[in-house]
Design a protein around this ligand. Sequence first.
Ligand code: FDP
Length: 343
Amino acid sequence: MKGKVVNIQSHIVQTQNLHPDATGTLTNLLWDLIMAVKIIAREVRRAGLADILGSIGQANVHGDDVKKLDQFAQERLEEQLAMNGHLCCMASEERTEMIPIPREYNRGKYVFLFDPLDGSSNIDVNISIGTIFSVLKKVTPGEDGRLEDCLQPGLQQVAAGYVIYGSSVMLVYTLGHGVHGFTLDPTIGSFLLSHPDIRIPAKGKTYSINEGNAGAWDAGTAKYVQWLKQKDPASNRPYSLRYVGTLVADVHRTLINGGIFMYPASPKPKLRLLYEASPLAMVAEQAGGMATTGKERVLDIVPTELHQKVPLVVGSTEDVARYQDFFLGGDGPQKQAKGKSER
Ligand code: FDP
Protein backbone atom coordinates (compact mmCIF):
# COMPACT_ATOMS: atom_id res chain seq x y z
CA MET A 1 0.00 0.00 0.00
CA LYS A 2 1.43 3.37 -1.03
CA GLY A 3 2.23 5.67 1.85
CA LYS A 4 2.18 2.87 4.41
CA VAL A 5 4.63 3.61 7.24
CA VAL A 6 6.17 0.53 8.86
CA ASN A 7 8.09 0.95 12.09
CA ILE A 8 10.71 -1.49 13.23
CA GLN A 9 8.62 -2.95 16.03
CA SER A 10 5.83 -4.07 13.71
CA HIS A 11 8.36 -5.33 11.18
CA ILE A 12 10.01 -7.54 13.81
CA VAL A 13 6.62 -8.87 14.93
CA GLN A 14 5.69 -9.71 11.33
CA THR A 15 8.99 -11.54 10.81
CA GLN A 16 8.58 -13.47 14.06
CA ASN A 17 5.10 -14.48 12.95
CA LEU A 18 6.77 -16.47 10.16
CA HIS A 19 7.81 -18.86 12.93
CA PRO A 20 4.67 -20.42 14.42
CA ASP A 21 6.63 -21.69 17.45
CA ALA A 22 8.09 -18.27 18.29
CA THR A 23 7.50 -17.19 21.88
CA GLY A 24 8.12 -13.49 21.29
CA THR A 25 11.29 -13.47 23.41
CA LEU A 26 13.53 -12.52 20.51
CA THR A 27 11.10 -9.73 19.60
CA ASN A 28 11.27 -8.37 23.12
CA LEU A 29 15.04 -8.64 23.17
CA LEU A 30 15.26 -6.59 19.97
CA TRP A 31 12.92 -4.00 21.44
CA ASP A 32 15.31 -3.61 24.38
CA LEU A 33 18.11 -3.17 21.89
CA ILE A 34 16.19 -0.49 20.00
CA MET A 35 15.60 1.44 23.21
CA ALA A 36 19.31 1.32 24.09
CA VAL A 37 20.28 2.38 20.59
CA LYS A 38 17.98 5.41 20.63
CA ILE A 39 19.58 6.57 23.86
CA ILE A 40 23.08 6.05 22.42
CA ALA A 41 22.05 7.94 19.25
CA ARG A 42 20.93 10.88 21.35
CA GLU A 43 24.25 10.91 23.20
CA VAL A 44 26.21 10.63 19.92
CA ARG A 45 24.39 13.71 18.60
CA ARG A 46 25.44 15.61 21.71
CA ALA A 47 29.03 14.33 21.65
CA GLY A 48 30.62 17.69 20.81
CA LEU A 49 28.54 19.39 23.49
CA ALA A 50 29.37 16.69 26.02
CA ASP A 51 33.00 17.76 25.76
CA ILE A 52 32.07 21.34 26.53
CA LEU A 53 29.83 20.29 29.40
CA GLY A 54 32.51 17.92 30.66
CA SER A 55 35.15 20.62 30.66
CA ILE A 56 33.07 22.80 32.93
CA GLY A 57 32.26 19.87 35.20
CA GLN A 58 28.53 19.64 34.41
CA ALA A 59 26.41 16.54 34.42
CA ASN A 60 24.19 15.50 31.52
CA VAL A 61 20.41 15.88 31.56
CA HIS A 62 19.99 12.81 33.74
CA GLY A 63 22.41 14.01 36.36
CA ASP A 64 25.01 11.42 35.26
CA ASP A 65 28.60 12.47 34.97
CA VAL A 66 29.56 12.99 31.35
CA LYS A 67 31.24 9.77 30.23
CA LYS A 68 33.26 8.76 27.28
CA LEU A 69 30.86 7.70 24.54
CA ASP A 70 32.13 4.16 24.12
CA GLN A 71 31.84 3.52 27.83
CA PHE A 72 28.37 5.06 27.81
CA ALA A 73 27.27 2.83 24.91
CA GLN A 74 28.65 -0.26 26.64
CA GLU A 75 26.80 0.43 29.88
CA ARG A 76 23.55 1.37 28.18
CA LEU A 77 23.41 -1.82 26.10
CA GLU A 78 24.52 -4.01 28.98
CA GLU A 79 21.93 -2.65 31.39
CA GLN A 80 19.04 -2.43 28.92
CA LEU A 81 19.51 -5.96 27.60
CA ALA A 82 20.14 -7.69 30.93
CA MET A 83 17.04 -6.64 32.81
CA ASN A 84 14.13 -8.35 31.07
CA GLY A 85 15.12 -12.00 31.39
CA HIS A 86 15.87 -12.76 27.72
CA LEU A 87 19.58 -13.47 28.04
CA CYS A 88 21.82 -16.05 29.70
CA CYS A 89 24.99 -14.00 29.12
CA MET A 90 26.60 -11.33 26.96
CA ALA A 91 30.04 -10.57 25.58
CA SER A 92 31.38 -7.31 24.24
CA GLU A 93 34.40 -5.95 22.46
CA GLU A 94 34.84 -3.62 25.43
CA ARG A 95 34.97 -6.33 28.13
CA THR A 96 37.75 -8.87 28.56
CA GLU A 97 35.55 -11.57 30.09
CA MET A 98 32.08 -12.88 29.32
CA ILE A 99 29.39 -10.69 30.94
CA PRO A 100 27.10 -12.63 33.31
CA ILE A 101 23.51 -11.53 33.90
CA PRO A 102 23.25 -9.83 37.33
CA ARG A 103 21.71 -12.02 40.04
CA GLU A 104 18.64 -9.83 40.45
CA TYR A 105 17.43 -10.55 36.91
CA ASN A 106 15.90 -13.66 35.36
CA ARG A 107 17.86 -15.73 32.84
CA GLY A 108 16.75 -16.44 29.28
CA LYS A 109 17.71 -18.55 26.28
CA TYR A 110 19.65 -16.02 24.20
CA VAL A 111 23.24 -14.81 24.06
CA PHE A 112 23.97 -11.21 23.03
CA LEU A 113 27.34 -10.28 21.51
CA PHE A 114 28.16 -6.70 20.60
CA ASP A 115 30.60 -3.99 19.69
CA PRO A 116 29.03 -0.99 21.45
CA LEU A 117 30.80 1.76 19.52
CA ASP A 118 32.63 0.74 16.39
CA GLY A 119 35.04 3.23 14.83
CA SER A 120 35.60 4.99 18.12
CA SER A 121 38.76 6.69 16.82
CA ASN A 122 36.42 8.65 14.52
CA ILE A 123 34.29 10.13 17.32
CA ASP A 124 36.50 13.15 17.87
CA VAL A 125 36.45 14.10 14.19
CA ASN A 126 32.70 13.88 13.70
CA ILE A 127 32.73 10.90 11.33
CA SER A 128 30.11 8.11 11.36
CA ILE A 129 30.39 5.47 14.06
CA GLY A 130 28.27 2.42 14.78
CA THR A 131 27.06 -0.43 16.98
CA ILE A 132 27.22 -4.06 15.83
CA PHE A 133 25.22 -6.92 17.37
CA SER A 134 24.77 -10.67 17.13
CA VAL A 135 22.23 -12.96 18.81
CA LEU A 136 22.76 -16.68 19.41
CA LYS A 137 20.72 -19.34 21.19
CA LYS A 138 22.04 -20.89 24.38
CA VAL A 139 23.41 -24.37 23.75
CA THR A 140 24.61 -25.48 27.18
CA PRO A 141 22.38 -26.84 29.97
CA GLY A 142 21.51 -24.79 33.06
CA GLU A 143 20.37 -21.21 33.50
CA ASP A 144 23.64 -19.29 33.32
CA GLY A 145 25.44 -18.80 30.05
CA ARG A 146 28.90 -20.29 29.59
CA LEU A 147 31.78 -19.53 27.30
CA GLU A 148 30.64 -22.26 24.87
CA ASP A 149 27.37 -20.37 24.39
CA CYS A 150 29.36 -17.42 23.03
CA LEU A 151 31.85 -19.46 21.02
CA GLN A 152 29.47 -20.58 18.28
CA PRO A 153 30.10 -20.22 14.55
CA GLY A 154 28.34 -17.35 12.80
CA LEU A 155 26.06 -19.79 11.00
CA GLN A 156 24.23 -20.29 14.30
CA GLN A 157 23.26 -16.63 14.64
CA VAL A 158 19.51 -16.07 14.90
CA ALA A 159 19.81 -12.31 14.43
CA ALA A 160 22.53 -9.86 13.49
CA GLY A 161 22.83 -6.29 12.42
CA TYR A 162 24.26 -2.88 13.05
CA VAL A 163 23.38 0.71 13.74
CA ILE A 164 25.12 3.55 11.97
CA TYR A 165 25.20 6.96 13.61
CA GLY A 166 25.78 9.08 10.53
CA SER A 167 24.04 11.92 8.73
CA SER A 168 20.98 9.98 9.83
CA VAL A 169 20.75 7.08 12.27
CA MET A 170 20.03 3.76 10.59
CA LEU A 171 19.43 0.30 11.99
CA VAL A 172 20.00 -2.61 9.62
CA TYR A 173 19.09 -6.12 10.76
CA THR A 174 18.45 -9.65 9.66
CA LEU A 175 16.58 -12.51 11.32
CA GLY A 176 17.60 -14.84 8.51
CA HIS A 177 14.84 -13.63 6.16
CA GLY A 178 16.66 -10.96 4.21
CA VAL A 179 18.11 -7.67 5.38
CA HIS A 180 16.05 -4.61 6.22
CA GLY A 181 17.09 -1.06 6.96
CA PHE A 182 15.28 1.50 9.15
CA THR A 183 15.98 5.19 9.52
CA LEU A 184 15.34 6.97 12.80
CA ASP A 185 12.79 9.72 12.45
CA PRO A 186 13.92 11.97 15.30
CA THR A 187 10.65 13.90 15.33
CA ILE A 188 8.63 10.84 16.37
CA GLY A 189 11.47 8.79 17.88
CA SER A 190 10.77 5.75 15.66
CA PHE A 191 12.86 3.68 13.30
CA LEU A 192 10.89 3.59 10.02
CA LEU A 193 11.39 1.07 7.23
CA SER A 194 13.41 2.94 4.60
CA HIS A 195 15.37 0.11 2.93
CA PRO A 196 13.21 -3.02 2.65
CA ASP A 197 14.90 -6.22 1.50
CA ILE A 198 18.37 -4.81 0.80
CA ARG A 199 20.18 -6.66 -2.01
CA ILE A 200 23.85 -6.00 -2.52
CA PRO A 201 24.68 -5.52 -6.23
CA ALA A 202 26.49 -8.55 -7.71
CA LYS A 203 29.44 -6.31 -8.55
CA GLY A 204 30.48 -2.82 -7.54
CA LYS A 205 33.02 -0.21 -8.50
CA THR A 206 34.62 0.79 -5.21
CA TYR A 207 37.13 -0.95 -2.97
CA SER A 208 37.80 -0.23 0.67
CA ILE A 209 41.06 -1.09 2.42
CA ASN A 210 43.69 0.67 4.52
CA GLU A 211 46.18 1.39 1.71
CA GLY A 212 48.71 2.53 4.29
CA ASN A 213 49.36 -1.14 4.98
CA ALA A 214 50.10 -1.94 1.30
CA GLY A 215 53.77 -2.62 1.97
CA ALA A 216 52.85 -5.48 4.32
CA TRP A 217 50.06 -7.14 2.29
CA ASP A 218 50.27 -10.76 1.21
CA ALA A 219 50.98 -11.29 -2.48
CA GLY A 220 47.36 -12.14 -3.36
CA THR A 221 45.90 -8.99 -1.79
CA ALA A 222 48.61 -6.82 -3.37
CA LYS A 223 48.00 -8.35 -6.82
CA TYR A 224 44.24 -7.98 -6.50
CA VAL A 225 44.37 -4.30 -5.51
CA GLN A 226 46.83 -3.68 -8.35
CA TRP A 227 44.36 -5.37 -10.72
CA LEU A 228 41.53 -3.14 -9.44
CA LYS A 229 43.57 -0.08 -10.37
CA GLN A 230 44.20 -1.10 -13.96
CA LYS A 231 42.16 0.63 -16.60
CA ASP A 232 39.45 -1.50 -18.19
CA PRO A 233 36.17 0.42 -18.62
CA ALA A 234 34.31 -2.77 -19.54
CA SER A 235 34.85 -4.10 -16.00
CA ASN A 236 34.46 -0.67 -14.33
CA ARG A 237 38.19 -0.49 -13.64
CA PRO A 238 39.89 1.36 -12.19
CA TYR A 239 37.72 0.99 -9.09
CA SER A 240 37.47 4.01 -6.78
CA LEU A 241 38.93 3.84 -3.30
CA ARG A 242 36.68 4.65 -0.34
CA TYR A 243 37.86 4.14 3.25
CA VAL A 244 36.11 5.76 6.21
CA GLY A 245 37.96 3.72 8.84
CA THR A 246 34.71 2.85 10.63
CA LEU A 247 33.87 -0.73 9.77
CA VAL A 248 30.11 -0.22 9.96
CA ALA A 249 30.26 2.77 7.61
CA ASP A 250 32.51 1.03 5.09
CA VAL A 251 30.39 -2.13 5.11
CA HIS A 252 27.13 -0.19 4.94
CA ARG A 253 28.27 1.69 1.84
CA THR A 254 29.41 -1.59 0.30
CA LEU A 255 26.06 -3.20 1.08
CA ILE A 256 24.09 -0.43 -0.58
CA ASN A 257 26.34 0.42 -3.55
CA GLY A 258 28.22 -2.84 -4.05
CA GLY A 259 31.97 -3.36 -4.13
CA ILE A 260 34.38 -4.83 -1.64
CA PHE A 261 35.70 -4.12 1.87
CA MET A 262 38.95 -5.78 2.93
CA TYR A 263 40.77 -6.02 6.23
CA PRO A 264 43.11 -8.81 5.18
CA ALA A 265 45.30 -11.29 7.06
CA SER A 266 48.43 -9.21 6.60
CA PRO A 267 50.03 -7.31 8.20
CA LYS A 268 47.69 -8.84 10.81
CA PRO A 269 43.95 -9.36 11.24
CA LYS A 270 42.33 -6.61 13.31
CA LEU A 271 38.61 -7.30 13.31
CA ARG A 272 36.94 -9.44 15.96
CA LEU A 273 35.13 -12.54 14.83
CA LEU A 274 32.30 -12.48 17.36
CA TYR A 275 31.49 -8.77 17.48
CA GLU A 276 32.36 -7.60 13.97
CA ALA A 277 33.10 -10.23 11.32
CA SER A 278 30.35 -12.79 12.06
CA PRO A 279 27.39 -10.41 12.34
CA LEU A 280 28.44 -8.41 9.28
CA ALA A 281 29.02 -11.65 7.36
CA MET A 282 25.48 -12.78 8.15
CA VAL A 283 24.09 -9.44 6.98
CA ALA A 284 26.15 -9.60 3.79
CA GLU A 285 25.12 -13.16 2.97
CA GLN A 286 21.48 -12.45 3.72
CA ALA A 287 21.69 -9.54 1.26
CA GLY A 288 23.08 -11.86 -1.42
CA GLY A 289 26.76 -10.99 -0.85
CA MET A 290 29.78 -12.89 0.41
CA ALA A 291 32.19 -12.77 3.35
CA THR A 292 35.48 -14.66 3.48
CA THR A 293 38.82 -14.60 5.25
CA GLY A 294 40.41 -15.22 1.86
CA LYS A 295 40.37 -18.96 2.26
CA GLU A 296 37.24 -19.77 4.23
CA ARG A 297 33.69 -18.57 4.69
CA VAL A 298 33.52 -16.33 7.77
CA LEU A 299 30.24 -17.89 8.99
CA ASP A 300 31.86 -21.34 9.14
CA ILE A 301 34.63 -20.37 11.55
CA VAL A 302 34.30 -22.02 14.96
CA PRO A 303 35.56 -19.45 17.49
CA THR A 304 38.15 -20.58 20.01
CA GLU A 305 38.27 -17.43 22.14
CA LEU A 306 36.09 -14.40 22.85
CA HIS A 307 38.36 -11.81 21.27
CA GLN A 308 39.61 -13.84 18.32
CA LYS A 309 40.60 -11.69 15.35
CA VAL A 310 40.08 -12.78 11.75
CA PRO A 311 40.68 -11.34 8.28
CA LEU A 312 37.46 -9.99 6.76
CA VAL A 313 36.73 -9.51 3.08
CA VAL A 314 33.08 -8.74 2.45
CA GLY A 315 30.88 -7.36 -0.29
CA SER A 316 29.53 -8.11 -3.75
CA THR A 317 29.75 -11.77 -4.71
CA GLU A 318 31.70 -11.23 -7.94
CA ASP A 319 34.19 -8.93 -6.26
CA VAL A 320 34.76 -11.11 -3.20
CA ALA A 321 35.03 -14.30 -5.28
CA ARG A 322 37.65 -12.62 -7.43
CA TYR A 323 39.61 -11.49 -4.34
CA GLN A 324 39.53 -15.04 -3.05
CA ASP A 325 40.86 -16.28 -6.35
CA PHE A 326 43.81 -13.87 -6.20
CA PHE A 327 44.39 -14.66 -2.51
CA LEU A 328 44.63 -18.36 -3.22
CA GLY A 329 47.20 -17.64 -5.91
CA GLY A 330 44.91 -18.33 -8.85
CA ASP A 331 45.01 -16.58 -12.17
CA GLY A 332 41.26 -17.00 -12.63
CA PRO A 333 40.57 -13.50 -13.94
CA GLN A 334 42.87 -13.95 -16.91
CA LYS A 335 41.43 -17.41 -17.62
CA GLN A 336 37.85 -16.17 -17.40
CA ALA A 337 38.62 -13.17 -19.56
CA LYS A 338 40.09 -15.30 -22.35
CA GLY A 339 41.64 -12.25 -23.91
CA LYS A 340 38.35 -10.32 -23.93
CA SER A 341 37.34 -7.47 -21.70
CA GLU A 342 35.46 -8.69 -18.67
CA ARG A 343 32.00 -7.62 -17.82
P1 FDP B 1 38.60 1.73 15.35
O1 FDP B 1 40.01 1.25 15.49
O2 FDP B 1 38.50 3.19 15.10
O3 FDP B 1 37.68 1.30 16.48
O4 FDP B 1 37.65 -2.47 14.63
C1 FDP B 1 37.90 -1.17 14.87
C2 FDP B 1 38.06 -0.29 13.66
O5 FDP B 1 38.01 1.04 14.02
C3 FDP B 1 37.01 -0.53 12.55
O6 FDP B 1 35.83 0.15 12.77
C4 FDP B 1 37.73 -0.03 11.31
O7 FDP B 1 37.23 -0.59 10.11
C5 FDP B 1 39.15 -0.43 11.57
O8 FDP B 1 39.29 -0.52 12.99
C6 FDP B 1 40.14 0.56 11.03
O9 FDP B 1 41.43 0.07 11.22
P2 FDP B 1 42.73 0.79 10.59
O10 FDP B 1 42.88 2.09 11.29
O11 FDP B 1 43.83 -0.16 10.89
O12 FDP B 1 42.49 0.93 9.12
